[in-house]
Design a protein around this ligand. Structure first.
Ligand SMILES: NC(=O)c1ccc[n+]([C@@H]2O[C@H](COP(=O)([O-])OP(=O)(O)OC[C@H]3O[C@@H](n4cnc5c(N)ncnc54)[C@H](O)[C@@H]3O)[C@@H](O)[C@H]2O)c1
Length: 376
């Protein structure tokens, strides 16, 4: 088959390209090589057999040329950040996706499937249970609460403690422009897909981890930040108290989910969670990284928080499991593979301080009352 991967020069897109080539498909990539993810050149890890096209998803003429002759499309292009340029999330993530469908419908391109990369961010603060008041889908934690260093989500009815629950595809409650734009992207893909008979699948990834994740992108998360610090002999810096729970998933498991979405027609017109099916705290992740990097440091918890972060977020992956998919890579193996890869990168440098300055200047990173000034 002829496949088009929009955003295929990036982390998940390039691993998906390798898997498609290994299955004998032709791969074309359209990517604008956005900074800071890229340096301006095509990354070395891209296979030479790929037909590379440098253009934005917003460039109608280039997108028409890229879609011509294609059977299936993966859309991984996205603007992802914690910064305050709110409109850009919708231009790239939502309008970009709508343009793919607009061109396919108007040009009558015979596309057999479109897979779009959505995100766990559509869940916002996640799903909880209060012992007295049952299931709750809270909004973001109030700023005043976070400033007091009171990190846990409390019951909106009685202010009591709550347990986090794995969240199914049926719940959505996005609280950031990124999450809102990803929710819009899903709705656009599934609604237009159904209306125009273009089989479409939305995959809601949890936090994806693995080699090739840009070392320059502050959004690429805790594993990158902790690894860079540990490999430079510095302590990983944790937000809040490090007790946040996540269900990190390996890029190799994500690629298998992408192939399943492509090959299994039971997935058409559906959204699926793709997560690690486990709960790992940010502190546990930091300790694993320190161990894998053999760094003589301990995690640093200066009592700072990121505006808009979810306290806990864990996806229920049973819907995808019912199609035969399982996350196979353990958290320890994810960390070991990533640390080994990062250590081999020439460009390795501790970009954490830069990212932290940028986010502090934009008001995204805030101190709480338990903030320790020495560590800041
Ligand atoms: N990595 C994760 O943890 C994660 C989690 C949930 C969802 N996702 C989603 O998965 C997709 C892939 O993520 P990734 O981690 O591989 O990101 P990435 O940044 O490594 O790759 C994205 C690629 O899209 C390209 N791109 C960005 N804007 C573009 C535009 N306007 N036109 C064309 N290309 C553009 C970038 O240059 C980059 O190569 C994204 O849609 C992201 O929102 C990722």
């Amino acid at each position: 088959m002829n496949t088009l991967i929009i955003g295929g020069a990036g982390f998940i897109g390039s691993h998906t390209a390798d898997a498609l080539l290994a299955r004998g498909h032709h791969v074309r990539v359209l990517d604008s090589l956005e900074q800071p993810v890229h340096t301006g050149d095509w990354p070395d890890y891209l296979d030479r057999r790929i037909d590379l096209r440098r253009a934005s998803i917003a460039d109608r003429a280039e997108l028409i040329l890229a879609l011509d002759g294609i059977d299936v499309v993966f859309n991984f292009a996205a603007y992802q950040d914690y910064l305050t340029d709110f409109s850009r999330f919708f231009t790239t993530n939502a309008a970009g996706t709508a343009l793919i469908y607009e061109i396919i419908v108007n040009e009558r391109f015979p596309i057999r499937k479109i897979v779009v990369a959505s995100s766990q961010a559509v869940f916002g603060e996640g799903l909880y249970r209060c012992a007295r008041h049952g299931k709750q889908q809270p909004g973001p934690r109030p700023r005043a609460q976070l400033e007091r260093g009171a990190w846990d989500v409390i019951c909106p009815v009685c202010s009591g403690p709550m347990d986090v629950l794995p969240i199914k595809e049926t719940y959505t409650n996005p609280q950031t422009c990124y999450g809102l734009s990803k929710h819009a992207q899903e709705e656009i893909a599934l609604t237009l897909g159904r209306q125009y008979g273009i089989p479409s699948v939305a995959l809601r990834y949890s936090i994806v981890q693995g080699p090739r994740q840009s070392l320059r992108n502050a959004y690429s998360g805790a594993l990158r930040s902790f690894t860079m610090r540990a490999l430079c002999g510095e302590a990983p810096v944790l937000f809040e108290d490090g007790g946040q729970l996540r269900d990190y998933v390996s890029v190799h498991d994500v690629v298998r989910a992408n192939l399943l979405a492509l090959e299994d027609d039971r997935a058409c017109f559906q959204a699926y969670n793709v997560g690690g099916d486990r709960r790992v705290s940010v502190l546990q992740l930091a300790e694993m990284v320190i161990g894998a990097a053999n760094a003589p440091v301990a995690p640093e918890v200066p009592g700072i928080f990121r505006v808009g972060d979810s306290r806990h977020i864990v996806s229920d992956v049973s819907k995808l499991q019912a199609l035969g998919w399982q996350p196979l890579v353990s958290q320890q193996d994810i960390v070991n593979e990533y640390v080994e890869w990062a250590a081999s990168q020439h460009e390795l440098r501790d970009a954490f301080a830069d990212a932290r300055r940028r986010m502090t200047a934009a008001g995204v990173l805030q101190p709480s009352q338990v903030h320790s000034k020495e560590a800041a």
